[in-house]
Ligand binder design. Structure first.
Ligand code: KMH
Ligand code: ZN
Length: 274
């Protein structure tokens, strides 16, 4: 099995600072979190921008400050979100790509998101993808349901995407596929040959699906974007969630990837500053 890539998604766009004291939504806090998560075993960080008061933003200067803070404290792979927050305009979501992060997320279809809708029509996906191609950014495909994988194959037929690539399977969003082992196995089975994959379990599904992914040879995403709790009633720090997955991997005799090893596994170019 490949060494395990642990991605931390420490902030997201929908969690508000009054839900937990551990949400890193300033550049300084994000830098500290990056260092702590790197020490705990993470090799990649998925970043969302926030205003100083905690509101989500895709503002370029915010992303520049956040990426600089992470890079000054760690050698983590920096992945920007192009999902932003529910309701953001598609053009707004992709402005941060001009900073040429090593990777960026690309959600491959529309999904109900609780009572909201996370809109990703084909024109939206194509527009974000074209910008990734323009700036040489490697996409991580975000799959919230099986149909999203079919959408990605359709983009391949259009000549906009090539396989194999890295796919993050997000399970347990109310409106997307449920966070079950059966759904994970089903989707993994249908991935194009040679793809690498990670699972991002939402809420309580995070721990169970992480354990299964470690055993299956996949990779894992954890963090407060997807799950606020370490255990029932006990709020988590990002680095604790990372450390727990690293411990599981160690028990299962699977090595944890360094960021450079993860770059090799994912076929990323060496780190360059924007
Ligand atoms: N904030 C969610 C609506 C991504 O980062 O690309 C979407 C999201 C996906 O977080
Ligand atoms: Zn995200």
């Amino acid at each position: 099995m490949q060494p395990l890539i642990i991605t931390v998604a420490p902030t997201g766009a929908e969690v508000s600072p009054d839900q937990t004291p551990y949400l890193p939504y300033t550049a300084e806090a994000l830098g500290e979190t990056a260092a702590a998560c790197r020490a705990a075993g993470a090799s990649m960080i998925h970043i969302h921008g926030r205003h100083p008061d905690g509101r989500p933003t895709q503002d370029v200067e915010t992303y520049r400050a956040f990426a600089d803070a992470v890079r000054s404290k760690s050698d983590l792979i920096v992945q920007f979100s192009t999902g932003g927050a529910v309701g953001m305009a598609p053009q707004e979501r992709a402005v941060n790509l001009e900073l040429r992060p090593e990777m960026a997320s690309l959600t491959c279809g529309t999904v109900n998101f609780g009572d909201d809708v996370f809109e990703n029509s084909f024109p939206t996906i194509r527009g974000i993808l074209m910008r990734m191609l323009e700036f040489g950014v490697v996409p991580e495909l975000e799959i919230f349901d099986l149909g999203h994988l079919d959408n990605a194959r359709r983009l391949e037929r259009e000549g906009l995407l090539s396989f194999p690539r890295h796919v993050d399977i997000v399970l347990g969003v109310p409106g997307g596929a449920e966070g079950t082992v059966e759904n994970l196995v089903d989707i993994v089975r249908r991935l194009p040959a040679g793809c690498t994959w990670s699972v991002a379990g939402i809420g309580r599904a995070q721990l169970q699906l992480a354990a299964v992914a470690v055993a299956m040879g996949g990779h894992v995403r954890v963090g407060l974007e997807d799950n606020l709790y370490y255990a029932k009633g006990r709020l988590a720090r990002n680095e604790e969630l990372v450390a727990r997955v690293a411990r599981l991997a160690t028990e299962l005799q699977r090595p944890v990837a360094t960021p450079d090893k993860a770059r090799e596994i994912l076929g990323l170019r060496p780190l360059t500053l924007a």
